[in-house]
Design a protein around this ligand. Structure first.
Ligand code: GLA
Length: 390
């Protein structure tokens, strides 16, 4: 082959390849009436304020493909807003909260917060490990509630975006010093909020320690699925998959008994409204001022344990967890004193919490599943909140 033939062949080949590529490109012209692909989930960050001791607080906003939006601040890992669609597809915020850091700093009944190092109550603020007694700060009458005076709901967490295939995720980390609040061991905790594209929020908790300690983390969102916080939650239909609940004493510490829910107002095995039995004459309802109890969940492993449904809007919330218990609290202490964004105040029972967790006071009740964590062990638990409509 002489030089010019080679050149001609090369040119012909280049021309053929170019034509082929153009054809490939034109093979699938975009159909004019084709719906554009759904926008990818996003996560963004904005400054939210500064704590009195000078720590910067950020707000992260996660939005999934469908439009569900979850706002999380690094103070307390608080979910300040969480939108969910009604049966007409309209998104509204369904969790109680505030619209400024100042209000969260002033007074909050744990709105939307991460709770730790020990969620729920520890009797008389003390417990023993390996024969050594530890004294905690008491902040609920004689008892310690939700970690103590400065629990994980009142600290600034370090946040980083987590890469995920489906939706958006935020990882929060907090290192609690040995002796903080009276608890032994340096506890490193991480909480990942993962908003999936099918309208679920997966909350994954992990913790490790350098000394034997106790841990029981949970999430304290107050839901009102109507999206209208001037209405109470008594019309929501609830299920809790539990044959037994934990009766409490006058200070809301479990007596140690696991009592069958059968023939009591505590039976939510079939859907019933929160309000149906709440005014019944019942010693436990009197002690809790309504429902403020832990249910001993049926089954083990990760399973669906509870549902809440608001017929008016069609919003359905399904909760799955690997935890043995769930504290159902129906906003009995909301008394019209806390301000609502946009005006007004949060009235009695305008939100309910479903806090998946180990049983209250486990460190002092040897018959309850253990909440002890030793060096070399990993605490890992997961709870999913899934929204849909029906
Ligand atoms: C928990 C407790 C309730 C109440 C709320 C916050 O859920 O069980 O008794 O203290 O927190 O007000």
């Amino acid at each position: 082959m002489n030089h010019s033939t080679f050149k001609q062949l090369t040119l012909a080949l280049v021309a053929a390849i170019s034509i082929f590529m153009v054809q490939c490109k034109n093979e699938k012209p975009p159909a004019e009436n084709e719906t554009p692909p759904a926008p990818a989930a996003t996560i963004s960050k904005a400054a939210y304020g500064t704590t009195p001791d000078g720590q910067a607080v950020d707000k992260f906003t996660m939005k999934n493909k469908q439009g569900m939006q979850v706002d999380v601040i690094t103070y307390g890992g608080i979910i300040t807003s969480w939108t969910a669609p009604d049966k007409a597809g309209n998104y509204a915020n369904v969790v109680l909260g505030y619209d400024s850091l100042a209000q969260y700093l002033r007074a909050t009944p744990y709105f939307g917060a991460i709770i730790g190092r020990y969620g729920n109550r520890i009797a008389k603020g003390k417990f023993s490990l390996d024969g050594k007694e530890y004294k905690l700060e008491t902040n609920d009458g004689p008892n310690t509630l939700h970690g103590g005076v400065k629990g994980f709901d009142k600290v600034v967490w370090t946040a980083s975006e987590q890469p995920v295939d489906n939706g958006a995720a935020l990882k929060l980390t907090y290192v609690s010093k040995d002796g903080e609040g009276g608890y032994p061991g340096t506890l490193t905790s991480t909480v990942v909020y993962h908003l999936t594209d099918d309208n679920a929020l997966e909350v994954s908790y992990e913790a490790t320690t350098d000394k034997k300690t106790i841990v029981n983390l949970t999430q304290h969102s107050y839901f009102n699925l109507s999206g209208d916080f001037t209405k109470n939650i008594l019309d929501h239909e609830l299920t809790i998959d539990a044959d037994k609940f934990l009766p409490v004493d006058a200070t809301l510490i479990p007596t140690g008994e696991l009592k069958p829910v059968e023939n009591t107002p505590f039976d939510f095995r079939q859907p019933k409204t929160i309000g149906r039995d709440i005014e019944q004459k019942d010693d436990q309802l009197t002690k809790g001022k309504g429902y403020d109890h832990c249910w001993a969940l049926n089954g083990q492993g990760f399973r669906k344990v509870s549902t809440a449904y608001h017929a008016g809007t069609g919003r359905l919330l399904e909760i799955s967890t690997d935890e043995p218990g769930i504290q159902f609290y129906c906003g009995n202490f909301l008394d019209g004193t806390l301000p609502m964004p946009g005006g007004g105040t949060y009235a009695h029972r305008t939100g309910f919490c479903l806090e998946t967790q180990h049983y209250p006071d486990s460190p002092n009740q040897s018959s309850f599943p253990t909440t002890t964590l030793a060096p070399g062990e990993k605490y890992a638990t997961k709870t999913t909140f899934k929204f849909s409509t029906k």
